[in-house]
Design a protein around this ligand. Structure first.
Ligand code: F6P
Length: 323
C-alpha cells in the first residue's frame, strides 16, 4: 500500500492544525502511513518530508497557523523543480497527497498530477479570502470573520466615544467577501468591495442627512482590493466633516484560535479527501456546496472565478442608500 502525505501552501489559516490532526488519525485508522511535507511546495522540492504520528498532532487542534508551515513557492513554477518534487514523493512511496491552499496551490497540484504517474492528489480549499470557485466555504474563513468582528466591535467603542469615522481595511486579496460579510454583521455604515460599484456622492448625501438627524460616528469597511482606505478616510474629513482614522487590520486576520466551525470543517474536508483516495476518484478538490461535500475536478475549481453569493451581494447593494 502506498503512503499518504499532506502539505499546506499559500497563506496559513486557522484550522490547518485541526486538519493535520484529523489527517494523522484518520490515515492511521484506514491503514495508511501518514507523512508531513513541511514548508509547502518548497519542502516538497527540498525533500522536507517526514513520517508523522499521534505525538506530532497532540495538543495542536486549538492553535492557529500550521505546525508544518507553509510557503509561496516560485521554484515550483519550473518543471525541473516539480520533477524533483515527484522524485521525492516516489522515494517516500507516497501515492496520495493532500494539498491545503488556494487556487494558485491547486494549479500547482494539477501540474504535478499531469507530470507524475501513480500519485493521486486532493485539494482542500484553505484561504481566508473565500475566493475559490466551486466551494461556498474555504477553511479559515469563519475564524478570520470572528477576528474581524472582534476588531470592529473594539473600534466601535472609540468611534462612538470620540464621534469619529473609522475606515477599516480587511484582507481578501481581489475578493470582497471578508469585507462584505464583516460590514453586514457589524452594522457598518459603509461597505466598499470590488464586486459592487459605488458612488461616493450617494454616500455623501446619505451621511450628511444622517448627521443632521443626529448620527455621531461612522464605521466603514473597505476591502484591500480597492487600495483606497486612506483616501476614504480623508473623504470623511473633507466631505462629511467628521474626524477620521484609517485602520488596516492586516495579518491579525489570518491567525487566532480556530473557531468550532473551522475545526469541524477541517475534520470534514480531510475525511472526504482521504475517502476520495479510497474510492474511485484519482484527483480533485473537496468542495463544500449546497449543504454537502463534493469532489470536483481541479480545472473546475482552480481555473474558474469565484462569484460571491448573489443574495449577499444584493444585501450589500443597499449600502449608501438611506437605510
Ligand atoms: O491569501 C491570503 C492573504 O492573507 C490575502 O488576504 C492577502 O492579500 C495576502 O494573503 C497577504 O499575503 P502575505 O501574507 O504574503 O503578505
Amino acid at each position: 500500500m502506498k503512503n499518504i502525505g499532506i502539505l499546506c501552501s499559500g497563506g496559513d489559516v486557522s484550522g490547518m492544525n485541526a486538519a493535520l490532526k484529523r489527517f494523522v488519525e484518520y490515515s492511521l485508522a484506514k491503514g495508511f502511513v501518514p507523512y508531513f511535507v513541511y514548508n509547502g511546495f518548497e519542502g516538497l522540492i527540498d525533500n522536507d518530508i517526514h513520517q508523522a504520528g499521534y505525538h506530532d498532532v497532540a495538543g495542536i487542534i486549538s492553535r492557529g497557523g500550521t505546525k508544518i508551515r507553509s510557503s509561496r513557492s516560485n521554484r515550483f513554477m519550473e518543471e525541473k523543480y516539480r520533477a524533483q518534487a515527484i522524485e521525492n514523493l516516489n522515494a517516500h512511496n507516497i501515492g496520495y497527497l493532500i494539498v491545503l491552499g488556494g487556487d494558485g496551490s491547486f494549479k500547482g497540484m494539477q501540474k504535478l498530477s499531469q507530470e507524475s504517474m501513480g500519485i493521486s492528489f486532493c485539494g482542500i480549499p484553505a484561504t481566508i479570502d473565500n475566493d475559490i470557485a466551486g466551494t461556498e466555504y474555504c477553511l479559515g474563513v469563519d475564524t478570520a470573520l470572528n477576528v474581524i468582528r472582534d476588531a470592529i466591535d473594539s473600534i466601535r467603542d472609540t468611534a462612538s466615544s470620540f464621534n469619529r469615522a473609522f475606515v477599516i481595511e480587511t484582507m481578501g486579496r481581489h475578493c470582497g467577501y471578508l469585507a462584505l460579510v464583516s460590514a453586514l454583521t457589524s452594522g457598518a455604515e459603509m461597505c466598499l468591495v470590488p464586486e459592487i460599484p459605488y458612488e461616493l456622492e450617494q454616500y455623501q448625501t446619505t451621511f450628511l442627512q444622517q448627521k443632521r438627524a443626529g448620527r455621531k460616528y461612522f464605521i466603514a469597511i473597505v476591502s484591500e482590493a480597492l487600495n483606497n482606505t486612506k483616501q476614504i478616510s480623508e473623504w470623511f474629513e473633507s466631505k462629511i466633516g467628521v474626524e477620521s482614522r484609517a485602520v488596516v487590520l492586516g495579518h491579525i486576520q489570518r491567525g487566532g484560535t480556530p473557531t468550532v466551525y473551522d475545526r469541524l470543517m477541517a475534520f470534514n474536508f480531510v475525511t472526504h479527501a482521504i475517502d476520495s483516495f479510497l474510492g474511485e476518484s484519482a484527483c480533485g478538490v473537496v468542495c463544500y456546496s449546497e449543504g454537502g461535500f463534493h469532489l470536483k475536478k481541479i480545472e473546475d475549481v482552480a481555473f474558474k472565478t469565484y462569484q460571491i453569493n448573489p443574495f449577499l451581494l444584493r444585501l450589500a447593494k443597499e449600502y449608501g442608500r438611506q437605510r
